[in-house]
Design a protein around this ligand. Structure first.
Ligand code: ADP
Ligand code: ZN
Length: 738
């Protein structure tokens, strides 16, 4: 550690003036700050400890003048305290931080914080003492000490507790022997290196179609300026194909690969396949990791020792030493869009990140987003397709059930044909999956006496009844309360009734219909943590469940060979509301969940219940005419200048008082940009007009594709002034319109 006293010896430039070092810290939203170096000016990307007011904070030496800094007079400059003994952030990471900050109007410090991700990784690394036989001649050995020596093989270094356990003695005996000179001692880093993965074995035999797709991807991957889109039907073996490309890339080019999955905590099957293919697990990155695992991963990534990292969207900000390849699996998945803090889209930023590192990029999906398909059509992306399922599996037929004809009984959600479909699968000893994207028991609780619907006190949202914990929950803010005995509006006792189905209620109906079937619920309430997820997957794989009822979690990439029936009681659910992607998303979600059926040798069957089977989405699903549907959808968006043919940015203005929020939103609207190709809608109350006790107003900027929206938004926001009580959030390329 360098002391401040040494700072008198600061570096001077040719004129004798103190050199300035620009440092960005994640601690405050101040931008880049100037400091003076100690001796040699540190290199860009190096981590330094600097004084900030009364505090000492860690920052990164910045190299460009692209970020604005606060000018500090030369005599007020303070010295850098210490250069940390950590590899420097790669310059590509610095550029990426600037890019994201610039595009999403985020403070660079907040983006840097994501790249630094784990404070502990920057501290000196923890070490552990290891002991081994040193061959020293010892007389008068106690039996216990003898046991210690007998427990160790030659050249075997172990921590004292491990040796003690093996020898059946206490750790004190091991330490005593070492102190007496009877054991060698060595201090080693606590974080063990990750197992080395072998990419030279090509042991999976790809089918001819898969081989061709993998070869094509590999050929095109040489030109890293073009993202690749792997468009393959569910069950076609996209994972095997991109594993092949990953292996070839790392074997030939070396470097590191990053695989982004939408829901990493749920990807246990994926991890098992990776391990089977490459001999060891990849480096994992997701929010569920503990500090020690994060530190170990981060250090291995920045040092280049981590070969393959698989993670959720935040993994994109990791400081890869040498990134050769990024794969975004299920690229259409909305989970890649972050909806709080910095509203970035990891799929889009993967394109930026890859180009900064000249890394190859593969986007994979059975239902690519209209954005990616349009990029492919325009020649910006190269497409490789897989048209058939692997092996003998064939895509399931999708049947539409018209609920206007096959009417439902009161408080039931499965029509007669759907019941028959489930029964057929279960009787044949196969598994059935029922998909309803609604957690809890009932989405609305209604008073039979006065008509009151129970609402969240802090949000404009109904409270959702959950039976597993007997409470009413708000799915937006987390508020919960026990279900009241009496109606809070009219005080009538026992008058509150559930309205509509959630998965728990559906499970009740299924249990009544199939009393002998083993029923399993698969939702984020039942699969909170990763090991619980593994349990549920194990149950299904073992065949210990007959009927699985789940939310969108079930649609994500799982492969259950005995699952032959998929039923969707409410296929129309996603089509309501004002989301511009509603039709596209419904199509994707229905295709993905249908894709779980019939992946093995047995033929799959899918039933969708709908009140509007004539809708273009339903027709496309039933007829398998994806391309025609997408063409229609694209034409409709083009007419309205919506993404990907136009650009959007939304502004959410929120505050505690309704009137002041409206006033602030109107003031912002008056400053709206006046320029060709740009229009602004609003302010209007957001669909979620009240959230966590704050009133919300929305404005929407629509622009032609040629407009660089972040610049327009930045200028607009710099013209507006609001009080502290008002919060203004800008969302570039929004996915949520709530
Ligand atoms: P997708 O991601 O396209 O839906 P997967 O990669 O999950 O498809 O493959 C579906 C199933 O087929 C998986 O169980 C996978 O292990 C198996 N599979 C795919 N290709 C091969 C192959 N070439 N050899 C053996 N098994 C394969
Ligand atoms: Zn709420």
């Amino acid at each position: 550690m360098v002391t401040i006293a040494k700072a008198v010896n600061t570096a001077l430039n040719a004129d004798g003036a103190a050199l300035r070092v620009r440092v960005l810290t994640p601690a405050v939203h101040l931008g880049v700050l100037d400091y003076v170096p100690l001796d040699q000016p540190p290199q860009p990307g190096q981590f330094v400890r600097v004084p900030l007011g009364q505090r000492k904070v860690i920052g990164v030496v910045w190299d460009t003048h692209g970020l604005s800094s606060h000018h500090v007079a030369a005599e007020k400059l303070r010295p850098i305290l210490e250069v940390l003994d950590v590899p420097a952030l790669p310059l590509e990471t610095l550029r990426f931080v600037e890019w994201v900050a610039n595009y999403y109007l985020a403070p660079p410090s907040a983006v840097l914080k994501m790249a630094m991700s784990v404070r502990e990784a920057l501290e000196s690394q923890p070490t552990a003492l290891m002991y081994a036989k040193n061959g020293a001649p010892l007389d008068r050995l106690t039996p216990k000490r003898k046991a210690v020596l007998n427990a160790l093989r030659a050249d075997e270094w172990l921590p004292a507790p491990d040796i003690a356990r093996r020898a059946g003695v206490s750790s004190a005996v091991v330490l005593g022997l070492a102190k007496a000179g009877g054991l060698g001692v060595r201090s080693v880093a606590k974080d063990q290196p990750y197992p080395w993965l072998d990419f030279t074995q090509l042991d999976v035999t790809l089918s001819p179609a898969q081989r061709e797709a993998a070869d094509q991807l590999w050929v095109h991957a040489q030109d890293t300026s073009q993202p690749l889109l792997l468009d393959g039907v569910t069950g076609s073996g996209k994972t095997e194909v991109y594993f092949d490309v990953l292996a070839r890339c790392l074997a030939e080019k070396g470097g590191q690969a990053l695989v982004l999955l939408p829901e990493i905590a749920l990807s246990t099957q994926w991890l098992a396949r990776f391990e089977a293919r490459f001999g060891s697990k990849p480096v994992l990155w997701h929010s569920g990791l503990g500090v020690a695992e994060r530190r170990r991963a981060w250090r291995a990534i920045i040092s280049g020792a981590a070969q393959v990292v698989v993670g959720a969207r935040s993994a994109l900000f990791l400081p890869f030493a040498q990134l050769s390849l990024i794969i975004v699996d299920e690229e259409h998945d909305p989970a890649f869009k972050q909806e709080d803090g910095i509203n970035y889209n990891a799929r889009d930023m993967a394109v930026v990140r890859a180009s900064l590192s000249k890394a190859a990029l593969v986007l994979a999906s059975a239902t690519p987003s209209l954005e990616s398909l349009t990029n492919a059509e325009k020649g910006r992306y190269t497409v490789v397709t897989l048209k058939e399922r692997h092996g003998e599996a064939i895509l399931p037929d999708i049947e539409l059930i018209d609920l206007r004809e096959d009417a439902l009984n009161a408080n039931e959600w499965l029509s007669a044909p759907m019941r028959a479909g489930i029964a057929q699968a279960v009787e044949a000893g196969n598994q059935a999956l029922i998909f309803l994207n609604r957690r809890g028991y009932a989405p609305v609780t209604l008073c039979r006496s006065c008509g009151e619907k129970l609402e969240c006190p802090q949000c404009s949202a109904w409270l959702v009844e959950h039976r597993f914990d007997n409470a009413l929950h708000c799915h937006h803010c987390g508020f919960s309360m026990p279900k009241p005995k009496a109606c809070p509006a009219c005080d009538k006792v026992d008058s509150l009734v559930p309205c509509g189905p959630g998965v728990e209620r559906l499970a009740e109906e299924v249990a009544a219909l199939f009393p002998n079937a083993r029923i399993l619920q698969m939702t984020s309430d039942t699969m909170g943590r990763a090991h619980r997820t593994q349990d549920i997957i194990d149950i299904i794989e073992r065949g210990a469940a007959d009927i699985i009822i789940g939310t969108q979690l079930v649609s994500k990439g799982y492969h259950f060979p005995n699952l032959t029936f998929v039923g969707v009681p409410d296929a129309d659910m996603g089509l309501g509301g004002g989301d511009l992607r509603a039709a596209e998303r419904t199509f994707q979600q229905m295709t993905q969940v249908s894709g779980r059926a019939g992946r093995g040798q047995k033929r799959g069957r899918v039933m969708l219940q709908s009140y509007m089977p004539e809708h273009a989405v339903m027709q496309a699903l039933a007829s398998g005419q994806r391309d025609q549907f997408l063409r229609q959808e694209a034409a409709a968006r083009q007419r309205r200048m919506l993404p990907p043919f136009g650009r959007l940015a939304s502004v959410i203005v929120s505050g505690k008082g309704e009137a002041e929020t409206l006033k602030a939103a109107q003031a912002i609207a008056r400053q709206a940009p006046q320029m060709p190709g740009v229009s602004v809608l609003g302010p209007a109350p957001a669909p979620l007009a009240l959230l966590r006790g704050r009133y919300r107003m929305r404005l929407l900027l629509m622009a032609e594709r040629s407009v660089y929206v972040p610049k327009v938004m930045r200028e607009w926001m710099s013209r507006t002034q609001t009080t502290r009580a008002i919060r203004v959030t800008v969302d570039i390329d929004p996915y949520s319109f709530l």
